[in-house]
Ligand binder design. Structure first.
Ligand code: THU
Length: 131
């Protein structure tokens, strides 16, 4: 599975985004180390705090189905620019591996690949709890 192909899965995943408040559709696709893909979209809520981002939808789907070894996660939106994960999603991605690759695209064929550790420098993790 190439980075571009995973990104295309994220593009497709935003089809089901439930975004009546922001109208900002986001799709995500997680690739596991054994080659499985879990996709997700953002799901909004009239009580805004109940909103779940696309990245966490995809990750929680994978984890709840017994797979938590992640290689990469791709993220797509409609805005014609690179959409990077929000702070909460960065923390959740970091929880499952400091070297997970974040794949973003601009929708015009340009792709960027950046390890989560670079998006969350000095990130807090379970290791800190045991010091
Ligand atoms: N959103 C995501 O799904 N992922 C991101 O990385 C950025 C933000 C969603 C949350 C909300 O539904 C909408 O985008 C606007 O913030």
């Amino acid at each position: 599975m190439s980075e571009k192909e995973l990104f295309e899965r994220a593009v497709k995943a935003k089809e089901y985004a439930y975004v009546p408040y922001s109208n900002f559709r986001v799709g995500a696709a997680v690739l596991t180390k054994d080659g499985k893909i879990y996709t997700g979209c953002n799901v909004e809520c009239a009580s805004f705090g109940g909103t779940n981002c696309a990245e966490r939808t995809a990750i929680f789907k994978a984890i709840s189905e017994g797979n938590r070894d992640f290689e990469a996660i791709a993220i797509a939106s409609d805005n014609g620019a690179f959409t990077f994960p929000c702070g909460i999603c960065r923390q959740v991605i970091f929880e499952f591996g400091k070297d997970i690759k974040i794949i973003v695209g601009d929708g015009y064929g340009k792709i960027k690949v950046i390890p989560i550790e670079e998006l969350l420098p000095y990130g807090f993790s379970g290791e800190d709890l045991n010091k």
